[in-house]
Ligand binder design. Structure first.
Ligand code: SF4
Length: 332
């Protein structure tokens, strides 16, 4: 029996190689939580099917994401890492939960409206039922906690209501209502300095990029727009390069830039080169670990398959209670 104070579940769509925004916004927190909680982390490949984009890359994207998670410090001895579709009970629970979910509630969700706007020619059932599948993920592993940023709070509220509704309808406590673990993660802007870092916007910096690629991306970062000439004083408070310096550079260098930028004592190119150098130094251990895992792909798949076996043990317990509560005939 675990001595940890509860179970955390989180899932992320397999988007392939991860970027700094993924790391600072989620993975870093995953790594911190694994020491304190019993953590279950899922690469949610079934969710990726809802928009039916380049599914031929799904397997490779799942593998690349696992590489990044492992290299960033997720430890299969401390947490469960697995691929969602390897535990098919989630689809059964999804079907059962869909019976207690009013359709209007799903179509009213802002995320559905946004997705429907983005994919007007493919508004399929999976897209509508996405939050129910997400709820099934959380409920199947009886998570007590779900780490979220403030903007994701409505999703978890939906899951909590759906689980409550199931338990009420079938007069059971088979499913656990999760709590939100709101994490104060920084909003990481992309190299455009405007929008959240995202692969689809191509404004990202991959964790596993080469030092040269990283430097190239950093050199193309948008800076304080008011600083047009080298001799113009700048304002680091509105510059994304400076925000990144605060993450990757030492305090003395950050303070030097803070002062020198304001009196045009340092140029933006020099400032960015310093950032690229510090970023590369900081990411190198990660890249080394990633290359090491990548040289042993069988080991990575073994970790994922073992994770699925451990996740299945929890899932089977939950489904046993769910089937009994619903009144489905027992399996042999
Ligand atoms: Fe930004 Fe650095 Fe240029 Fe100042 S010197 S505007 S902090 S890139």
């Amino acid at each position: 029996m675990s001595l940890k104070p509860g179970r955390v579940f989180s899932g992320a769509r397999p988007t392939g190689r991860q970027h700094l925004g993924n790391y600072l916004g989620a993975i870093k927190n995953y790594v911190a939580l694994q020491d304190e909680y019993e953590c279950v982390y899922s690469i949610v490949d079934l969710h990726a099917l809802t928009t039916l984009e380049s599914t031929q890359d799904l397997r490779q994207n799942s593998y690349e994401m696992a590489l990044d998670w492992l290299a960033a410090g997720l430890d299969p001895q401390k947490c469960i890492i697995f691929i969602q579709s390897h535990v098919p009970e989630v689809t059964e629970l999804h079907t059962i939960l869909s019976m207690v979910t009013p359709l209007g509630k799903l179509t009213d969700l802002p995320t559905f409206k946004e997705k429907a706007r983005m994919h007007p020619h493919n508004i399929n059932y999976g897209l509508v039922g996405y939050p129910v599948l997400m709820t099934a993920d959380i409920a199947l592993y009886r998570a007590n906690w779900v780490p979220v940023g403030v903007d994701q709070a409505p999703h978890i509220e939906f899951s909590r209501e759906t689980i409550r509704s199931f338990n009420f309808h079938f007069n059971t406590n088979a499913l656990v209502e999760p709590q939100m673990k709101v994490t104060n993660v920084p909003k990481v802007l992309g190299i455009d300095g405007q929008q959240k870092m995202s692969k689809s916007l191509n404004n990202h910096i991959e964790l596993a990029a080469t030092p040269e690629e990283t430097q190239q991306r950093v050199l193309s970062m948008v800076t304080d727009p008011a600083r047009i000439r080298r001799t113009d004083p700048g304002n680091p408070d509105v510059c994304n390069v400076f925000s990144m310096h605060k993450i990757f550079s030492g305090s003395e260098e950050v303070e030097m830039i803070n002062v020198e930028c304001r009196r045009a004592g340092i140029g933006c190119v020099d400032c960015k080169k310093r950032l690229a150098k510090n970023m590369n130094a900081s990411l190198q251990p990660f890249r080394d670990r990633r290359a090491d895992f990548d040289s042993k792909p069988d080991q990575v798949w073994d970790i994922l398959h073992d994770g699925a076996r451990r996740a299945t043990v929890i899932a089977e317990e939950t489904m046993h209670d769910v089937r009994a509560a619903v009144g489905l005939a027992e399996r042999d």
